[in-house]
Design a protein around this ligand. Structure first.
Ligand code: AMP
Length: 419
């Protein structure tokens, strides 16, 4: 089925064409007709499957077909709740692109920026509001944000919402919304907690599941390398050097680790971008834009900071540190192999991380392929670094020798003077 066969407005069809989407992805094929019909949906689909357009297309269609006076000033019609600012920005962009010339007004409400212009925009009228919980609560408590006209609620990346402790926030929002509404619930993974949250928010939701057994996209070729903690940087260096055209996203556990990896790469002449929780919003946006525009080919990030980012054409995802939560593994490697492209993911597993690897195996339901590194291969990777070290050692030795010679010369001269 092609998009042109769907009951969508000419504007939306044109926008889909402009984005060069030819055929609906699995999730779009399953979700769009249901959402258009008004059903509640519980979709288990990870990022990279085209899930944003799977809800944006039918929502825009429904809102566009409302009469002008029913939109905007009448209040927000669709509320999209997401766990992070990056994801909010990304979804806003998709709604804006797909919603061009439809008259549907989309707005991304984010924390960390001034409130007054946001309030002014809300007063002018917004149809689709995409937001993280924090700023939404501030504005709704001040009476600047009214949610009683919401007809469609979308919770995206619900598992992350729970993971980041937003459960109470999600429940609080429900009290502000009309009971009669359509609810679309998206999660990359599903467990008992997610199921019970979904059931409490939706009514007779139709469940859609993409790749039920294997949560990892078929487009990602992922494998694990057993390496010592201190050797990881040499392996990263090797992958970078062996793939000069690669665009890589490297995940580390903490901000300090991110900075350390960046410095280690700098030392071998590889520049990179960095993203962690302490990076200012404006800088994050600039960093993501630079990476997206291929100005740099290496981005080192922590999980929270990189959550939901949709950067095109990432060729490699490197799990430099294994994630402490198994589902993060799936989120991380879902950054590559997007839409129809192929992606490669490596996990660097140190001996002390084997337990984390077991958790990932339990989660995905199978063992990740182990990249066979024989001793020769391993040594080969370290050789480059050893050569560097040797270079430094030689330099030091030479300096010491020169110093020693100078010293000798001086003492000889002093001795000569005495005699
Ligand atoms: P998402 O899962 O929403 O993060 O989307 C992943 C990527 O797939 C985005 O870069 C979209 O632009 C792209 N995409 C979404 N739908 C389609 C489609 N039908 N055909 C090709 N690419 C798509």
């Amino acid at each position: 089925m092609k998009f042109s066969d769907y009951p969508l407005s000419p504007e939306i069809k044109k926008n889909i064409e402009a984005l060069a989407y030819k055929r609906p992805t699995d999730i779009q094929f399953k979700a769009i007709p249901l959402i258009l019909k008004g059903a509640d949906v519980l979709a288990v689909a990870q990022t990279g499957t085209g899930k944003t357009a799977a809800f944006a297309i039918p929502v825009l269609q429904k809102l566009q077909s409302l009469k002008e006076r029913q939109r905007r000033k009448d209040g927000i019609k669709c509320l999209v709740m997401v766990p992070t600012r990056e994801l909010a920005l990304q979804i806003t962009k998709v709604f804006e692109e797909l919603g061009k010339h439809t008259g549907v007004k989309t707005y991304g409400l984010l924390g960390g920026v001034e409130q007054d212009p946001q309030i002014a925009t809300l007063i002018k009228g917004v149809d689709v509001l995409i937001t993280t919980p924090g700023r939404m609560f501030d504005l709704s408590h001040q009476g600047a944000l009214r949610l009683e006209r919401v007809e469609i609620l979308i919770i995206d990346e619900a598992d992350q919402m729970l993971g980041l402790g937003f459960l109470k926030d999600v429940r609080d929002v429900m009290r502000l919304l009309p009971k009669r509404r359509q609810t679309l619930f998206f999660s990359a993974t599903i467990d008992e907690d997610i199921k019970s949250l979904a059931h409490s928010l939706t009514q007779q939701a139709i469940r859609i599941q993409i790749s039920p057994k294997d949560p990892v996209s078929k487009n990602v070729d992922h494998s694990v390398l057993f390496v010592e903690m201190d050797d990881k940087r040499f392996f990263l260096e090797r992958i970078l050097k062996e793939n000069p055209d690669g665009k890589m996203l490297v995940f580390v556990r903490t901000k300090v680790r991110a900075e350390r990896v960046q410095k280690a790469m700098e030392r071998v002449g590889i520049s990179s971008l960095i993203l962690h929780g302490d990076v200012e919003q404006s800088e994050r946006t600039a960093t993501l834009a630079a990476f997206n525009a291929d100005e740099e080919r290496l981005l080192i990030a922590t999980d929270v900071s990189a959550r939901g980012i949709d950067i095109s054409n990432i060729t490699h995802v490197i799990n430099y540190d294994l994630p402490t939560e198994a589902d993060q593994y799936v989120h991380r490697i879902g950054r590559t192999g997007r839409a129809k492209q192929r992606g490669i993911a490596y996990a660097f597993c140190a001996p002390e991380e084997k337990e984390l690897l077991r958790a990932i195996h339990a989660y995905t339901g199978y063992e990740i392929r182990i990249l066979d590194l024989d001793r020769a291969d391993y040594r080969e990777t370290l050789k480059m670094a050893e050569e560097d070290q040797y270079g430094i050692k030689e330099l030091l030795q030479a300096t010491e020798e020169t110093l020693a010679l100078n010293k000798k010369g001086k003492s000889k001269r002093r001795k000569g003077k005495k005699h």
